[in-house]
Design a protein around this ligand. Structure first.
Ligand code: ADP
Ligand code: MG
Length: 327
């Protein structure tokens, strides 16, 4: 059924009927001019917003509506995780072509609903407009007692990364090239490191943290820029996702390019005092099965980021990654 059959208000009613329960004591949710939210329970309120556009961030041809909805909310949860916070309320705005079907919207909202259920988020409002392409904008609020910025790191600090990297862009390559490989999970259904981010921030050991949305290289540049440092990364220590080697064998592409320049892994990249690596990894592995891997260190060579291979040869890492306005 086409959305024009039920119109804007029919669509909003359909969406709001999916989200009734309140986990965080919402006073007024979807339905009025504004949402009314209870005062925060924790010291700081945090907020993030992300916009996703059809054929820039997702393709209706290669992802299901459910996967698109899931990933849209997960991208924002990942930002909250990178501050060490926990998500609370979300506003979902959606732009839809007049030719869109109700099934498409239902699917997107089912994906959003599933992520909101698992990560305990209340959907409290949004906007619905017509657009030449599908557009999804999510504003996610969160709370935290302690936070970690990108700017607190210093030369000598260790750089660590959760989980594994490169898997999302290797998954994208499988879909875009139609490769006969299966593992597209990290691209289509990423998992945010929410509990991990909270524990890491609470540990008090971190000097900086960022989530990997645009690739390891780009995120290391962000930390170095904001903390006024350089960095040296040890290539053989980078934890590549399982599908990366298969995809690189099939395409001839450098496996490390997926990890460094691919993006959308939604892992956490963090720094801590070099003396604290052991305590931090110990604390982490006592709570999670996820890996926490040391991959390099910050240097006082401001703005210079190098990759050292197993022979000790250093090459500069390009300031590349997904950039919306570059050629
Ligand atoms: P307004 O005219 O004030 O913009 P709307 O008619 O757009 O109000 O929205 C009515 C209610 O439905 C509001 O509470 C709004 O937050 C909510 N809403 C509208 N679109 C969406 C959406 N796509 N997802 C969630 N809530 C929505
Ligand atoms: Mg509106």
């Amino acid at each position: 059924m086409l959305i024009k059959k039920i119109g804007e208000f029919g669509l909003i009613n359909r969406i709001s009927s999916k989200f009734s329960c309140s986990r965080h004591g919402v006073i007024v949710g979807i339905g009025d001019d504004c949402a009314i939210l209870p005062p925060p329970k924790r010291r700081f309120q945090i907020a993030t917003t992300d916009m996703l556009i059809e054929d820039v961030h997702f393709r209706l041809r290669t992802a299901t509506p459910f996967q698109i909805g899931w990933k849209s909310l997960v991208a924002s949860i990942s930002d909250i995780s990178a501050m060490g916070g926990e998500p609370t309320f979300a506003f979902i705005s959606i732009g839809l072509p007049k030719t869109a079907t109700v099934e498409l919207v239902d699917g997107i909202y089912e994906g959003i609903k599933e992520a909101s259920r698992i990560y305990s988020i209340d959907i409290v409002g949004g906007d619905t407009v017509s657009s030449p392409q599908v557009v999804i904008n999510i504003t996610l609020l969160g709370e935290t007692d302690e936070y970690v910025l990108r700017s607190g790191a210093k030369p000598g600090d260790a750089i660590l990364v959760t989980g594994d990297v490169g898997g999302a862009s290797a998954g994208l390559e499988i879909l875009e090239q139609g490769l006969p490989l299966e593992d597209t999970r990290k691209h289509l259904m990423p998992v945010p490191r929410l509990q991990e981010g909270k524990l890491l921030a609470k540990s008090g050991f971190l000097s900086a943290m960022i989530d990997i949305s645009d690739g390891l290289a780009s995120e290391i540049y962000h930390i170095c820029e904001q903390s006024k440092t350089g960095a040296q990364i040890y290539k053989q220590l980078i934890p590549l996702s399982d599908n990366v080697l298969d995809v690189s064998k099939m395409t001839g592409k450098d496996p490390y390019s997926f990890a460094l320049y691919g993006g959308e892994d939604y892992e956490l990249l963090l720094t801590c005092d070099a003396d604290k690596i052991e305590q931090l990894t110990h604390l982490f592995s006592a709570s999670f099965n996820t890996r926490l891997t040391y991959i390099g260190k910050l240097t006082d060579d401001v703005g210079v980021i190098t990759l050292e291979d197993e022979n000790g040869t250093c090459v500069p890492i390009a300031r590349q990654g997904y950039n919306h306005f570059s050629e």
